[in-house]
Structure formats: C-alpha cells, structure tokens
Design a protein. Structure first.
Length: 240
C-alpha cells in the first residue's frame, strides 16, 4: 500500500510532475489524502487534466471521487486482469452477491439489492470470513481498514466510515466537526454510507448488519447525513 500508485496506473495518470506523482501512494487513495485538487469543476473526472496538484499527500483529507475511482485501475494493474473479473472471482461468486458495476460517467456504481449488500456486510462483520472460508486473510489490513487511518479525519478508515470518534469530516466539506459521526449509534459501528442515503451499518458489539436502500430522505448528499442519526433513534427503539 505504500507503493506509488503510478506503479499500477502508469506514469502520467495525473498532470503533476513525475516527482509529485511518485509521492502519491495507494494508501493515499484509500484514505482520501492524495493532495489532488478537489476544487476542479468536475470532482469525478479522472482525466490527467482534472488531476492537478493542490497539497502535499497526507496533509489534508477530502472526499475526492476521482481518487476513489482510480482504485479500480490500481487493482487491475496489481492483479493483471480487469477489475470486474477479479471482483467476481474473489468476492461476488464466493459470497453469493448479485449485481454489477455499471459505468456512470467517469466512475462505476455497483447496482445490487439489499440482500447482496447484507452479505457484504456480514463478510465484514466476520472479519473477512464467509461460512468458514477466508476471503480476506490479511488481519492487519482489516484492522487498519476499520480504524482511524490518518490524523485529518478520525471517522475514516480505508473507504469505511467509523463511529465513536471525537470529531469527523464529511464529503464536500473542508471543516472538521466535533463529536461522533452518528451520536445515536453504537461507538463500534463501521459504515458504508453511499450517496443519497444508501446505508450499510456493521455493528460488531450487537452482531448486527443493517442495510437501508431507497430514495434519499431529503438531503441529496454524498455520504453521511442527518438521516443516519434520525434512523438510529428509531433502530434503538427496536434493539435496546
């Protein structure tokens, strides 16, 4: 993960100098700390002219869709096959998921159903093991993925949102907020929080996975929203 991402993306995937590009690692993509300019007109654009220098890597956190999207190509370069084939062979077929990655502009969205998302949640609840079969055998990676990954956003691991921290930042914003990400939820909750209130909550202390899919609840946001806390107020009436 500490390798430069151009090891797999090739040189020139950004408009940075070679030295600047060499400083961006795979870890920076996973933690949203690449330093690439998030103020460009199209935050989703993965063309080199859209990927320009703003800050040193590791110096700031910002939810930048383009740097997430390029992880598909990093995986493809690392395993020597296309991302979809690798995803199907290593994950989808092994845990019985349905759905597919559908191109949508510059990035792909995974279109699926609640049962398949619950399967993915259960895989993570069980730390990468599915029905006795180990899917993710790197326990160090799993622990790093589900804990604070950097100093700029305590509520962010590797593409997972984390509850129970004393501050957080959200997508589309630069300011830091004090308090827990979802005050009404258990502190050990980790979450996949998709655009427009698509929710995956994994709560180890409760041995519980909760999936919420459907229309947004009134705030068309990229990830966390006030609906998370409202929803957990209702969930607590059922589980407490």
């Amino acid at each position: 993960m500490n390798e430069p991402s151009n090891t797999y993306l090739g040189n020139g995937w950004t408009s940075l100098t070679t030295e600047q590009e060499d400083n961006i690692t795979i870890w920076n993509h996973l933690t949203m700390t690449t330093g690439l300019d998030y103020t460009v007109p199209n935050n989703n654009c993965t063309d080199p002219e859209c990927l320009i220098y703003k800050d040193e890597p590791n110096s700031f956190w910002y939810y930048h869709n383009a740097t997430y999207t390029t992880l598909h190509n990093i995986v493809s370069g690392a395993v020597g096959t296309d991302f979809d084939s690798y995803f199907i062979a290593k994950l989808k077929s092994k845990i019985g998921m349905q759905g597919a990655w559908i191109p949508f502009g510059y990035f792909k969205l995974y279109y699926s159903n609640a049962r398949s998302m619950a399967r993915f949640g259960l895989l993570n609840l069980n730390k990468g093991v599915w029905n006795g079969t180990t899917i993710l055998d790197d326990s160090d990676y799993f622990n790093a993925m589900t804990n604070t990954s950097q100093n700029h956003n305590k509520a962010y691991g590797y593409l997972w949102w984390l509850n129970g921290k004393d501050s957080f930042r959200g997508p589309g914003l630069t300011q830091e907020f004090q308090g827990k990400l979802i005050p009404n939820a258990p502190d050990d909750l980790i979450a996949g929080l998709g655009k427009n209130d698509q929710k995956m909550y994994v709560i180890p202390s409760r041995n519980l996975v909760i999936i919420r899919m459907g229309d947004d609840a009134g705030e068309a946001l990229l990830g966390p929203s006030s609906f998370d806390n409202d929803l957990w107020a209702e969930i607590n009436k059922l589980i407490n």
